[in-house]
Design a protein around this ligand. Sequence first.
Ligand SMILES: [Zn+2]
Length: 281
Amino acid sequence: MASISETVKSFVHRSEFWLTAPDRRYRFWETDSPGRAYFFSAADLVQFTETNCLAKANPNSSDISKFKNEFQASWEANKTNPDKGMALAQSVANYLVWIDRLFFFGIITQQDKRKDESDHRSLIQLAFEDKLVDPEGEIEGVFMCYTATLWVNIKESSGEYQSFEKLFCIIVHELCHVYLGILTKDNNASRYYKDVELDKGHGVQFQELLQFIFTQLFEWMPKVLLFGELAAEHQRALQTALAQPAVSETIARSRIYATSDANIALAHVSDTRSRMSGIFI
Ligand SMILES: [Zn+2]
């Protein structure tokens, strides 16, 4: 059995491979690293993360107190004087880096390779839209694999800016898509479909991971009621996902490919519509 650091190293290797293979990203779940087999299914990945991420492995870490203090201060400040525009974008980008460190081993923002705090070398970039849409209507956020861009809707449908905590929660949700999309490898299309892709990418392991993170955040900051509401919502969604019947390999594969193709079309539309500049993370 591999040690914890060996397993994290294989995640890092996998994420580096992802970075160099833009044309394969929508089929990445079935691709092996060149010359090196990679075996982690979504269930393996989520189980490993829930046990070994910094938030769980080292609950007394000074990083956790620092995160809690900073977040609570931003949350309080936003209640009386809400951030807007680039100030809001920059603030939530800062907390994206924190979530990556506390729950995702710093893999998404490449923490192990940074020289200092001014060094930005994330796998992904964060970009904001006023009105993000897919063919079915307005959406809160979406992760575009080809361009490695996490798009977030900075305004509500009413035209008002999103609240700080709502925008933060949208980013946490999208980061779970990023993490599972990059690090899951599965030769079993049926299992991958149920764990990751079910219901527009909200499968069993997706719900499990998101529920785990919101439960932890609510435990740390019980005043932020939205964390508790989302933990409960994703717990219910997990039960619904678990109750879905399994589909055959052929059906699973064709549904995953159909979603990928729709995402490729959407990526093209969104990336030509950018209004606000991206943020370095
Ligand atoms: Zn989603």
